[in-house]
Design a protein around this ligand. Structure first.
Ligand code: SAM
Length: 258
């Protein structure tokens, strides 16, 4: 298999529906998140009608962090403004510690402020870096989450191998990502919402419709549920399963380092 799920030839990859040089893709992604960081949370609520909150609750309830003082370390990759990290720390006991890891300093700055306001800073560290090269030792985390982030990574297979490497034996991988709607009619409503409504909301609230064209297009380029499960198996994980959310508009993939 190619190194990237976005290839069109050896030196160019997909960026939404466009093709761009492979070594430029990440900086294009970074520019989008730098542009929207300050309004990212508001946009998520407007675009999904608040649904993303319930989906993220599902991720953390599936993870089921221990409610005790027992040491349990989460790495939240592409953690953005901290939605999953905050939910994890609130759901778990005092032994639960998180590392929020994201390539974009502007997104991380919003997360730091939010986690501080929530009084959770003492159990979290925020680090800027690329999911493809994690600066952590082998087998150092009990769980790895990635929320609506893996789609933005240029070499998804490298990020998955890194996830496997840093998880302890018996560690848990959970990924929530937009996926393939499998309910007739709902898929048409979803298409209309994606291509007609979302970019307009994006333009009105952030002045950046392009960012939201990219969002919608990159979702369509992302592998469907079973194909993504296969990529996760390819990184070495076992017991790979997934749950559809809202008819498959999003899906949570779960796997274990066995
Ligand atoms: N996890 C958060 C959530 O669920 O709301 C944020 C998701 S946001 C759609 C995608 C995030 O992925 C952005 O914060 C972006 O900076 C980050 N990202 C993109 N490419 C990345 C990479 N190669 N490594 C780490 N983070 C990356």
């Amino acid at each position: 298999m190619s190194d990237s799920i976005h290839p069109s030839d050896s030196a160019s990859v997909s960026f939404g529906f466009k093709t761009v040089p492979e070594d430029e893709r990440q900086s294009l992604v970074n520019r989008i998140f730098s542009d929207v960081a300050g309004r990212y949370d508001l946009m998520n609520d407007l675009m999904s009608g608040g649904l993303h909150r319930l989906w993220k609750d599902d991720v953390i309830s599936w993870l089921s962090p221990p409610k005790t003082e027992q040491d349990f370390r989460l790495l939240d990759v592409a953690g953005g403004t901290g939605d999953l990290t905050e939910r994890f720390l609130r759901a778990g006991g005092t032994g639960c510690k998180a590392t929020l890891f994201d390539i974009n300093p502007e997104m991380v700055a919003v997360a730091e402020k939010r986690l501080q306001t929530a009084g959770l800073s003492d159990r979290v560290s925020c680090i800027v870096g690329n999911a493809e090269i994690l600066p952590f030792p082998d087998k150092s985390f009990d769980a790895y989450t990635v929320g609506f982030g893996i789609r933005n990574v240029t070499h998804i297979d490298r990020a998955l191998k890194e996830a496997y490497r840093v998880l302890k034996t018996g560690g848990r991988f959970l990924c929530i990502e937009f996926s393939r709607c499998e309910v007739p009619l709902l898929d048409r409503v979803y298409d209309f919402h994606s291509f007609e409504v979302i970019p307009r909301i994006g333009q009105l609230t952030t002045g950046n419709a392009d960012a939201y064209h990219y969002l919608v297009e990159s979702i369509r380029k992302f592998p469907k549920q079973e194909d993504f499960a296969e990529l996760i198996r390819g990184a070495g994980f076992g017991r790979v399963t997934y749950r559809n959310l809202t008819g498959g508009i999003a899906a949570i993939h779960s796997a274990w380092r066995t």
